[in-house]
Ligand binder design. Structure first.
Ligand code: ATP
Ligand code: MG
Length: 392
């Protein structure tokens, strides 16, 4: 045996975990703690070190509406399974009465309608999105503070032993599942902590209805108030079974600006996907972005409000332009802001663009459809690999 005395670095992560982290940071703005915890748990799963007979991980996500609690679960599924919809969602508000639990676990044999009910949490359902290379399921229980007692008991069983017994006594195994639970508990207290009344207002808190940078003291107070609200509401049995409790922070102005860019990239992607080989590109000026941000900032609704502003001010008018044939395949539409009329304007910058030229204009994250990339309808007919450089 060779004596080595080699210091090891337990903070270094593996390649796959690094790739997951990179992908999550591309899709999720801020919320670093949540990203870190998901990456840690994923790595534990990958190295086979997850505790036996337990779910791969269990997370409670707290915090204000529109701060990314649901999105981060979808983004994890997107990064690991290639599909953001590969998440089994249970909206606990739909199961507030104990008899409604049959929708989740099916009714016992002999009950009326037993054969017709297909339990939402059967083994087939929870495994449905797993792939050859990724045997992981993502299950999201939304608004758990609204769950009935029956649902709580069921959840405790899943968290503790990774099993659920269906109405007909079949067992469902959750040992290859990541369980996420979300709640808005404590969001009111968090917003109150940012209120100017409490003395924040210069380097932390709200200004002109917007959340600006949060200093570290306020940040830890926010985290504490979230966890305390959860401890008041949920039983110790439940809290003790969770792997991680993460408090999502209210999104500030800079974060919303970055989310705006991500969302604009997704609108471009929708155009590519829905218009197929008739696709066009758009670019948004800084002043138009400022306008969308001003329209879409509401501290109560986080990024949800921003998404609504994008739909109303950008997507709806653009669908009119397509439907009225003002915009055709190969066009480049410039979106600008007209200060005199306080509105967004649409100008055709050029037309008949070859695919590679369109690819130069759009965001890096948008993928041109393969048919267009093959050059079916464009001047040059050049094939392009669908990746692109920056939006202006
Ligand atoms: N941190 C974030 N990074 C990137 N996008 C975000 C973020 N937060 C919110 N969004 C955007 O806003 C949308 C709404 O956010 P999400 O559904 O995750 O809110 P939530 O925290 O689950 O709110 P609720 O408590 O109301 O369910 C997302 O689909 C995403 O497009
Ligand atoms: Mg949500």
């Amino acid at each position: 045996m060779v004596h080595m005395n080699l210091a090891l670095d337990p903070n270094r992560t593996g390649h796959d975990a690094e790739a997951l982290e990179r992908n999550l940071r591309r899709l999720i703005v801020g919320q670093d703690e949540a990203i870190e915890q998901i990456v840690n748990i994923y790595q534990m799963y990958q190295t086979g070190l997850t505790a036996p007979s337990r779910p791969v991980g269990s997370f409670l996500f707290l915090g204000p509406t529109g701060s990314g609690k649901t999105r981060i679960v979808e983004a994890t599924a997107e990064a690991l399974l290639g599909n953001p919809r590969a998440v089994i969602k249970v909206d606990c508000a739909e199961f507030q009465h104990s008899h409604e639990i049959a929708k989740l676990i099916g009714s016992p044999p002999g009950y009326l309608g037993h054969r017709e009910t297909h339990p939402l949490l059967s083994q087939e359902v929870i495994n449905q999105h797993q792939t050859e290379s990724m045997k992981l399921s993502f299950i999201l229980f939304d608004e758990i503070e609204k769950a009935s007692d029956a649902l709580w008991n069921l959840l405790l069983g899943i968290l503790d032993k990774a099993t659920l017994t269906l109405g007909d006594n079949r067992k469902v195994d959750f040992s290859r599942a990541m369980i996420f639970m979300t709640s808005n508990l404590g969001a009111g207290e968090m917003n109150a902590l940012l209120s100017p009344k409490l003395g924040f207002g210069t380097d932390s808190g709200f200004r002109n209805g917007k959340v600006i940078a949060i200093d570290s003291k306020t940040d830890s107070k926010i985290a504490r108030s979230g966890v305390e609200a959860a401890r008041r509401k949920f039983s110790p049995e439940f809290m003790n079974r969770l792997d991680k409790v993460v408090v999502f922070r209210p999104l500030g102005e800079d974060e919303l600006r970055r989310i705006l860019d991500i969302e604009l990239g997704q609108v471009q992607q929708r155009i590519f996907n829905s218009t197929g080989d008739r696709c066009f590109v758009f670019s948004v000026s800084e002043s138009a972005k400022d306008y969308l941000l001003a329209e879409g900032t509401d501290m109560k609704y986080g990024a949800r409000h921003l998404k609504r502003a994008i739909e109303r001010r950008l997507v709806h008018p653009m669908s009119n332009l397509v439907a009225s044939d003002q915009v055709q395949a190969g066009d480049w539409v410039r979106v600008d802001y007209d200060a005199s009329r306080d509105c967004i304007t649409f100008v055709k910058e050029s037309e008949g663009l070859p695919v590679h030229a369109m690819a130069e204009i759009v965001d890096t994250s948008a993928m041109l459809p393969m048919s267009a990339a093959a050059g079916a309808t464009y001047e040059t007919g050049k094939s392009h690999s669908a990746r692109s450089s920056r939006r202006n």
